[in-house]
Every structure is written in structure tokens, then in C-alpha cells.
Design a protein around this ligand. Structure first.
Ligand SMILES: [Zn+2]
Length: 389
């Protein structure tokens, strides 16, 4: 009896299951998750500036009513969210704005535990930090034209560390909708790797002749290709992606380091991992036109020199990780991670530890281990630079 009622309920109209807000300086995102795809219309109103979404064939529920409570005071774009039953069939969502934005609305099909999602991204018309190319890159990405903002060569002329500073792009994995792996005690990969990334940036910037940038320094989702594009745009010499591993068995543990492979993964585990990390875009949410940019266009350009450099750099980091944690594997693994596919920047991906392992989850949460990981990566960078002199 109950079953038939709930079935009829689902078939009758879409249910809004969750609403989330992800404010950041790059863009603010509103996600409306629903049982079935939503039918919607979007338009703008001015005086004051508002973005309006009319959702058809749904009824106001508590989740929708609570949307206004999600707005954070420090959201750079959204002042307020109001939701009301506009007429018998239509629920109206009104976003009051703090500044001029260009809205981008798209849907995402169910993936990895998420139901149907309607996503509204609000991009500020004016970028706060003029020296950060992220907003311009996201704009080009959304127009399917990421190549336009790319320099011909990634690295700056001159010898890194000798004639000019070594430029390192730090890439904390995941962010925003995409939490990455989650530990038994609810530790989120995206939070841990951001902390490690910040420690690493602070350490690098204290070094003479080194400069660090981050692909993200907030809890925001950045598509994988934009991360790579940002590394090229800022003329990075090295790219370090930071992650925490997870596996179905809680006994799996240890640190690993990966470099890119053009010939596919060197082991089944590496293949599995590359696949799950590459799914990040689907989970974090990229719209269709962004997907137009296929991985392999850049993949084809990858030179073996860059891969060998990545392997060598990876070895330096791995040996230092071995001093602070058990090693999952004693050599640098190779796999086709999308985030490692900068054609001309030696890139590695560090799986710091298994967040799915109880002891390592505990370890990952400590500032001490986070700093030790940052130190291990810094040591690897220094050794790699020294070897190039
Ligand atoms: Zn990850």
C-alpha cells in the first residue's frame, strides 16, 4: 500500500530533494536536486537586480522554503534567495544579487549518488583580483574556447630556479559539489587537500626563487581542464595535484604518487583510480558545452619528455612520503588522469593517504600530518629543481 502511494507520488510530479549553495569569489553556484528532471524557465529582473527561475509542475516543500537560510553573508554574489508558490503549478525561485553577474543555468543527469540536478552558476561581471586568470578561463571554458586563453608555451623562458623563480601550480582536488572521498567519520577529501595545499603554498612562497599558485583556494568546484589551463596560463614549471585515496576495503592504506601515462594505466588499481578521479567533473558538475572539450585533444600533445620529468619528480616526492607514512606502492604509478594532462608541464598526483582507512583518516585530519605532506612535496620540488641545474 505504502509502496504504491510513493510510486504514484514520484510519477505525479517532481520532488525537490535538496538545495545547496556554493559561494566563491570565482562564481556562486545554486544546486537544486530533484527526483525527476525539472521543467524550468529563467529570466532576469532589474531594480533591484534579480535572477528568477520558474520551476513548473512542482509544489512548495520544506526544502524549498528553507533555501533562504542557506545564503551566507560573505557570498560575493547572492544577497538573498526567496522561494514561493507563484501559481498552482509553478514555484518561483528569486535570487537577489549583490553585483552584476552573468547567469548560467544547466542540468546534470544523476551520477554517483546524486539525483537530477538543476544548476545555476552566477559569474561576477567584474573580477575582484585582476591577477587571477581563473574567471577568464572559466568564461572561455563555458564558451568551449579554452584554447583561446592559452599561451603557446607553458614555461617562462630562462632556467627555473636560476634565472627566474620556479613556478609551481598546486591543485587541491575536488571542491564544492564534489566532496571527493569521504571517511567513516565524515572527513571530506576536498577539505583535507585544501588545507595541505595552503600549507604547501605558504612553504613554497618562503623559498627564495620559488612561487606557488593554487588552482583553487576556496571550497569551489573547478573543472579538471580549467585546472590544467590555469597551470599553463600562469606558466607553471611543475603541477602537483593533491588527493586522498579511498577503497571499498577499509584495510587499504598508504601513500602513492602518480604520473601521467599515455599508454594507459600501469596497474588495475591505477586504472580504477584514474577513472574515479576523472569522474570529478561529472560529480562537481560541468555543463554540456564544457564537455565538448575532450580530454584526448590535449592528451595527444603530451610529450614523452614531460612524462619522464613527471616520473622523476614523482620519485622525489614518493621517497619523502615514505618517511612520513606507509607507502601503498613503492614506485611511481602511471595512469591517465585528466588533471595531469598538461602537454608541457611535468605533473604528478599525490594520494596522500587512504581516507577510507580509519587510522589514516585520523592522521589526515591532523595539522601535523598535513604539514608533513606539504614538506615532503616541497622536498621533492627542491630535489627536482636541483637535478635540473
Ligand atoms: Zn581525489
Amino acid at each position: 500500500m505504502l509502496l504504491s502511494i510513493s510510486r504514484a507520488g514520484i510519477a505525479g510530479s517532481a520532488q525537490v530533494l535538496a538545495i545547496r549553495l556554493w559561494p566563491s569569489s570565482a562564481y556562486s553556484r545554486l544546486t537544486i536536486e530533484s527526483s525527476t528532471p525539472l521543467k524550468y524557465k529563467q529570466f532576469a529582473l532589474s531594480h533591484p537586480d534579480r535572477v528568477v527561475i520558474d520551476i513548473e509542475n512542482i509544489q512548495l516543500n520544506q526544502t524549498l522554503k528553507n533555501a533562504g537560510k542557506l545564503v551566507r553573508q560573505d557570498d560575493p554574489n547572492i544577497k538573498n534567495v526567496r522561494v514561493g508558490q507563484f501559481n498552482a503549478q509553478v514555484v518561483r525561485v528569486v535570487l537577489e544579487l549583490k553585483q552584476n553577474v552573468s547567469p548560467r543555468l544547466f542540468t546534470l543527469a544523476p551520477v554517483a549518488g546524486f539525483h537530477n540536478r538543476l544548476v545555476l552558476d552566477l559569474y561576477p561581471e567584474k573580477q575582484a583580483q585582476e591577477d587571477d586568470p581563473l574567471l577568464a578561463l572559466l568564461k572561455d571554458y563555458n564558451q568551449g574556447d579554452l584554447d583561446r586563453s592559452q599561451p603557446n608555451a607553458a614555461q617562462l623562458p630562462g632556467k627555473a630556479g636560476k634565472d627566474r623563480p620556479v613556478v609551481i601550480m598546486i591543485d587541491p582536488g575536488h571542491g564544492g559539489e564534489d566532496s571527493g572521498a569521504i571517511g567513516k567519520n565524515k572527513t571530506m577529501e576536498k577539505d583535507i587537500v585544501l588545507k595541505i595545499g595552503r600549507y604547501l603554498k605558504a612553504m613554497i612562497d618562503k623559498q627564495p626563487n620559488m612561487r606557488a599558485y593554487m588552482t583553487r583556494n576556496e571550497d569551489v568546484f573547478i573543472p579538471l581542464q580549467v585546472r590544467v589551463a590555469k597551470a599553463r596560463k600562469q606558466r607553471a614549471d611543475l603541477f602537483v595535484s593533491i588527493h586522498a585515496d579511498a577503497f571499498t576495503s577499509r584495510s587499504a592504506r598508504g601513500s602513492s604518487v602518480f604520473a601521467l601515462s599515455t599508454r594507459g594505466a600501469t596497474s588495475a588499481a591505477a586504472r580504477y583510480l584514474a577513472q574515479t578521479q576523472n569522474e570529478s567533473d561529472l560529480i562537481g558538475g560541468v555543463s554540456k558545452s564544457g564537455d565538448r572539450y575532450l580530454d584526448h585533444t590535449m592528451f595527444d600533445m603530451v610529450q614523452s619528455v614531460t612524462i619522464n620529468d613527471g616520473l622523476q619528480f614523482g620519485k622525489e616526492v614518493l621517497s619523502r612520503m615514505g618517511k612520513i607514512n606507509h607507502l601503498h606502492k613503492s614506485s611511481v604509478d602511471q595512469a591517465g588522469f585528466a588533471v595531469l594532462k598538461a602537454p608541457d608541464i611535468p605533473s604528478i598526483l599525490v594520494e596522500t593517504a587512504f581516507i577510507s582507512n580509519l587510522a589514516e583518516e585520523r592522521k589526515l585530519r591532523t595539522a601535523r600530518f598535513q604539514q608533513q605532506v606539504a614538506e615532503a612535496i616541497l622536498g621533492g620540488i627542491k630535489a627536482w629543481v636541483a637535478s635540473k641545474k
